[in-house]
Write a protein that binds this ligand. Sequence first.
Ligand code: PLP
Length: 364
Amino acid sequence: MIPIAKPLIGETETQYVMEVLKSGILAQGPKVKELEERFAQLCKTKHAVAVNSGTAAIHAALYAAGVRRGDEVITTPFTFVATANPIIMQGAKPVFVDIKEDTFNIDPESVIEKITPKTKAIIPVDLFGQIYDYKAISEIAEDKKIKVVEDACQAVNAQIDGKMAGSLGDLACFSFYATKNIISGEGGIITTDNRDYAELARRFRHHGQSEQTRYEYFDLGYNYRMMDLQAAIALAQLEKVDAFTDRRIENARLLTKGLKDIKGIGVPYIKPGTKHVFHQYTIKVDGFRLNRNKLIEHLNKNDIGCGIYYPKPLHLHPFFMKAGYKKGDLPVSESASEKVLSLPVHPSVSKDDIKKIVEVIKYA
Ligand SMILES: Cc1ncc(COP(=O)(O)O)c(C=O)c1O
């Protein structure tokens, strides 16, 4: 089987984890600090704050950005639920707006339409590894005095106009979940240039205590701390991030070369000036001789894994429909959900695997 995702754990990960086990410091300690320094360097930001998931990163970033009960936060429904849940965890209301058909990323025009006096922040998502339209979103945010929290959970090492993912909004959030481009099993990190935001995020991950004055609680916080054991894995992965990224980009290029002329298969669009890091390689199945379900069956029969990200936009799930959303509200997201199909693109996918994927689709 060519799996849709595969964690790549090597000697370095094992060695770094063993060092932590022998050090006696398993929970947050020097390895977490080292990871924060290295990750901030990668993103070219002043600060990074490690936490124990991407979800925790988004929650802490929203807290640091000042999102509180009664506020509204604008985001895309064409994403993983963890983009939106932290908005609700902060007592605020997610306001979903539609996406652009080509990039699957939030449509800045639709954002403008939904801004109200209650809007506190926007969460654009770098979906599948391609950065959102940061120029348009930054302009809107500056004009309306709204914060931007970038959900870069799928986009470590991505770039746009020479700028790194994680450096574009007020704060950004990454995930090191086991299927991501670099991993720690579970884990996440927040990046920002703003010292106060970094301090607030540090407090939030630690029950509202400042890390300087322990056992003094300034606000509500959580136990969102990352373990040194997790940081050890992430540090080893970080050393390989460029090699991993290059492999994904090359695999995507070969897939596109093989698939681009097949009728009814739409290959991923790469916006000029962006370095798309292909967390997912997502095609659109639209007018192909097999419908999407039949194509999935055919791929699986030929030992090729694939996945639908995402089968239904968030606003059409029972939890979010309680807020009054209905089918037809966000047609571009709804239509994308019916067509998308992600194919294996991770660094373990070989040239032969790609040849097989292309042929299995071409001769389906
Ligand atoms: C777009 C997006 N946002 C948020 C998350 C949440 O990250 P985690 O699973 O580490 O909590 C993920 C990954 O799962 C994601 O893909």
